[in-house]
Design a protein around this ligand. Structure first.
Ligand code: ADP
Ligand code: TZP
Ligand code: MG
Length: 280
């Protein structure tokens, strides 16, 4: 059961406990991800205390996926040859009761991406995390040229995608997370928001991809509370961005300070900086 809507949740404590569990358990996260994100995603997971493995060959899935504690699937640089491995890994993870996260990068950019994503959504991801335009497009379940204009970036605000996220969560039975100025997370009924992060994170490629895999690491250590784990991961990543921004001079140095801050986060910083509120 997720945190009850009427109870007062100490989100700072919850987020810290989850980060602490990731550091103690160092879950193995299999990432089938795009070429752009591999480096930042692996470093994000390492600096949070998890153990990343970027294995995407279909031949290795029967041997390796059973050892992973969670799986992260990202369609960023999709080509037809990758799709069978994504499906095989998702199917095996589901069969073995392992949580998995889908990042529908640029699902609005082409009919091919939309079809691939809809097949993956039907395979029951634990969490779907995208930006607002991606979640709006995916909830409509059909490709439209109107949303294709910005490719991997969003043309909507996250709060504009709340109803779409709820619809998608209900139809897919996944937790749906929409990143943005406020990160929105829903199970279709309950809606929570993480108010952390800095706008400069949008100027570093693959921060969205990386936070999707961080969600996989948090869900790996608390798979019965995927909504709480997802919003905590988003908030913690945002806090690392806020602290990193204090010494950054632009996107390139923020990338470095983001990783350093995530690695160095302590209980006091998490307790005082995490800002998660209920929307419903
Ligand atoms: N305006 C903003 N203010 C603060 N943080 C933001 C803002 N926009 C995005 N972020 C953060 O940047 C990261 C990447 O999100 P986003 O840019 O929405 O994903 P994507 O890269 O997939 O489009 C997330 O951690 C999100 O919280
Ligand atoms: C630029 C780009 N092109 C294909 S995948 C990718 C990375 C997208 O990363 P994010 O969605 O985290 O911005
Ligand atoms: Mg993205």
């Amino acid at each position: 059961m997720e945190s009850n809507q009427s109870e007062v949740v100490d989100w700072g404590r919850k987020a810290w406990n989850l980060l602490d569990s990731v550091r103690r358990q160092s879950p193995l996260i299999q990432c089938i991800t795009n070429f752009v994100s591999m480096d930042l995603m692996a470093n994000t997971l390492l600096s949070a205390g998890a153990s990343p493995a970027m294995l995407h060959s279909i031949e290795e899935i029967p041997d390796f996926t059973p050892h992973a504690h969670a799986l992260s699937i990202n369609i960023g640089t999709l080509s037809p040859s990758w799709f069978p491995a994504m499906k095989a890994a998702a199917a095996l993870a589901s069969e073995l009761g392992k949580p998995w996260v889908l990042d529908p990068v640029a699902v609005c950019a082409s009919d091919f991406r939309m079809k691939v994503c809809l097949e993956l959504v039907a395979m029951k991801p634990t969490v779907i995390r995208g930006n607002a335009s991606e979640i709006i497009a995916l909830s409509k379940a059909s490709f439209s040229t109107e949303l294709a204009s910005k490719g991997v970036d969003s043309i909507h605000e996250s709060v504009d995608a709340i109803e779409a996220a709820k619809l998608l969560a209900k139809s897919s039975e996944a937790i749906v997370a929409v990143s943005g100025a406020i990160d929105i997370v829903t199970n279709g009924e309950q809606v929570v928001g993480a108010h952390n992060g800095v706008a400069m994170l949008q100027k570093i490629t693959a921060t969205g991809c990386s936070v999707s895999s961080l969600i996989a690491a948090f869900v790996a250590v608390d798979k019965l509370h995927a909504l709480d784990a997802a919003v905590s991961a988003l908030s913690i990543f945002g806090v690392a961005g806020e602290l990193g921004m204090k010494t950054a001079r632009g996107p390139a140095s923020l990338r470095m300070h983001l990783i350093d801050s995530l690695h160095g986060l302590d209980e006091a910083a998490v307790m005082s900086c995490v800002k998660i509120t209920s929307f419903s």
